[in-house]
Design a protein around this ligand. Sequence first.
Ligand SMILES: CC(C)(COP(=O)(O)OP(=O)(O)OC[C@H]1O[C@@H](n2cnc3c(N)ncnc32)[C@H](O)[C@@H]1OP(=O)(O)O)[C@@H](O)C(=O)NCCC(=O)NCCS
Length: 197
Amino acid sequence: MFVRPARLDDLPAIYRICDETGTFVSEDDRTPELLGHVYAGPYVVAGEDTRSVVVVDGHGVAGYLLCALDTNAFERWRETTWWPGLRADYPRVLVGRSAADQEVVDLIHAPPVASASIVTQYPAHLHIDLLPRIQGCGIGGKLIRELIEDVAKRGVVGLHLDVGSENVRAIALYRRLGFTELERTSDSLFMGRLTTL
Ligand SMILES: CC(C)(COP(=O)(O)OP(=O)(O)OC[C@H]1O[C@@H](n2cnc3c(N)ncnc32)[C@H](O)[C@@H]1OP(=O)(O)O)[C@@H](O)C(=O)NCCC(=O)NCCS
């Protein structure tokens, strides 16, 4: 098993992993690539100001850690370059769309972003997803520790992430890695960590 920078040709695998590990995975009636458009694709395509890696095992790409180093710049890029085409392809209102798809389409039109105060203190943000076959072996913790070291070297003062409030095991891991709770919404929790800790 090894880790390498994510490439554009990893996108199909990354989208599949995003869909398989995503919150909406239990819903049958959904468009599989939608979640990836929100949580994965732009971190690979944007290139600059991102640090995205994949974990590869004997069966192929089995996980990723995607990070935008400057959330504000990344959001500006997404507004001008990423969202317009998707918003045209997936209009906010469409008769007959499944509830699962509608939930993600709403995110395309109103992307989930941390509050300004979080972004100021913790300018980078990350998403991590590993397929079950490589979970629980220490890879997630290792990837995040390496990310923290790397972004610190680049002069980024802090990182934040958004985790489903039901995802207690991931939250426990993030706490062990030094992340603290910043803000809670009805179904998610924003956590942050300074890189100097
Ligand atoms: C959350 C995740 C990134 C953690 O990476 P990991 O490599 O499995 O975790 P590690 O082996 O480094 O550390 C183990 C700890 O991670 C946490 N953890 C979270 N989900 C886990 C899972 N499915 N399996 C094992 N550990 C998990 C636990 O705190 C665990 O400690 P414990 O064994 O004492 O309960 C990974 O399990 C994963 O991708 N899960 C599915 C998708 C997900 O929840 N992504 C995060 C969304 S914010």
